[in-house]
Design a protein around this ligand. Structure first.
Ligand SMILES: Nc1ncnc2c1ncn2[C@@H]1O[C@H](COP(=O)(O)OP(=O)(O)OP(=O)(O)O)[C@@H](O)[C@H]1O
Ligand SMILES: [Mg+2]
Length: 386
């Protein structure tokens, strides 16, 4: 059996938690970061949209784009010594991160100001395909280059498909670099004589278009794409650097999945993609696994047991009521067993694919993981898999 993910907390510097939506990426990232800090490392967790209660329970009432230090009591709350470790957390503000990248690559401060003022920028910077993933990677790269954290744990955005995260830089640059946008760019760079550059058909299209969207909007659009051209070059360079970073051995991808077929499929695709691109795997976390709890008793035995519970006799139930209750219990237990068996099959499927990478199973807890104590309990499953 695997030894859990304990080793990666000392061997790696960057852990990237990825997987399908809702499987537990943010929770796993927080739990791994907490364990790394408790183990003595100066740790940063870069989260994306954590549950407010989770941020609060770490003592971070207003988690935002600036790095905040988690109070040391949180590291000690499970009665373990912090061993000099520190936990810092930030929540990625995608808009701010994206603005930072733009500022870095624009040619001059005036151009930055013009881009930010442009209404087209305000519209697209929050909604462009891959912008959030791109911003997360840019922030990670900055911390890797400039900070003295021993460990950086990165959460990934709630994309419908785990692969979006790796494809983001490509998607983003191709979205901005499409032929239609090139057309606008040409129009603007002709210095007001754009009608001739786009030709008669273009001129006609523009005239019609301006009727719908207004000529000011078209002007904003073409100015924006011209200004943005310089920034794009920087984006591409950054994307290539990110890919290079994500291949380094100090990085480890933690693929989080739940046993749901869709999440398993995503995890398998993602794993294939990582290994295909020689990106370093750290392990699998199969989260929210239903426990297999076989019971031997039949409905009649259970009915007898319910009847024998102190106080039940005084309620004067009809015997048939007890029988119905016992049968309902058996039926819902069988449903749980069916789930547990399906989950087992999912875990085995992932285990077959894991090819030597650690794989840990985490049970479906009765409650959400919004308290430090529960993060600690999750941490023990992650580190000490039997
Ligand atoms: N093992 C578990 N048992 C019970 N609840 C869990 C477990 N793991 C996570 N949760 C809960 O499931 C919810 C989703 O978890 P989380 O936010 O970490 O998922 P995510 O993958 O980051 O989601 P998104 O894709 O939306 O970002 C949270 O309320 C969390 O507390
Ligand atoms: Mg999340």
């Amino acid at each position: 059996m695997a030894d859990g993910l304990r080793d990666i907390l000392t061997e790696k510097r960057i852990l990237v938690c990825c997987g399908a939506g809702g499987v537990g990426k943010t929770t796993t990232a927080a739990a791994l970061a907490l364990e790394a800090a408790r183990g003595g490392r100066k740790t940063l967790v870069l989260t994306i949209d954590p549950a407010r209660r989770l941020a609060n329970s770490l003592g971070l009432d207003a988690l935002g784009h600036d790095v905040q230090r988690v109070p040391d009591e949180m590291l000690d709350s499970a009665g373990r010594s912090a061993r000099g470790g520190e936990l810092h957390a930030m929540m990625l503000d995608q808009k701010r991160a994206f603005d930072e990248v733009v500022s870095r690559y624009a040619t001059d401060p005036d151009a930055v100001a013009r881009i930010f003022r442009n209404p087209v920028y305000a519209q697209i910077s929050g909604s462009l395909a891959g912008a959030q993933e791109y911003a997360a990677m840019a922030v990670l790269q900055d911390f890797d280059e400039k900070s003295d954290f021993d460990m950086i744990v990165v959460d990934t955005p709630p994309t419908a498909h785990a692969l979006d995260f790796l494809d983001a830089p490509q998607k983003l640059t191709s979205a901005i670099d499409s032929p239609a946008i090139e057309w606008f760019r040409k129009l603007q760079s002709s210095g007001g004589r754009g009608w001739s550059v786009v030709g008669r058909t273009g001129s006609y299209v523009l005239k019609r278009l301006s009727k719908f969207v207004g000529s000011q909007f078209l002007e904003d659009l073409s100015v924006f794409f011209t200004e943005f051209n310089d920034v794009l070059g920087g984006f591409r360079t950054r994307a290539e650097e990110t890919f290079a970073l994500l291949r380094q051995p100090k990085v480890g991808f933690v693929i989080v999945a739940s046993p749901e077929p869709m999440a398993v499929r995503e995890a398998l695709h993602f794993h294939e993609r990582l290994t295909g691109q020689t990106m370093p795997m750290a392990g699998f976390v199969v989260n929210k696994v239903h426990d297999d709890l076989p019971i031997e008793a039949d409905a009649a035995t259970i009915e007898g047991k319910i009847g024998a519970v102190p106080g039940v006799g005084e309620l004067n139930f009809q015997p048939s009521t007890l029988r119905v209750a016992a049968e309902a219990l058996v039926a819902s237990h069988q449903e749980l067993q069916t789930l547990a068996r399906a989950d087992r099959a999912s875990v085995e499927k992932l285990r077959d694919a894991s090819r030597g990478s650690p794989l840990v199973e985490v049970p479906f807890f009765k409650e959400d993981i919004h308290e430090v104590e529960r993060l600690g309990a999750l941490g023990r499953f992650l580190l000490d898999a039997a």
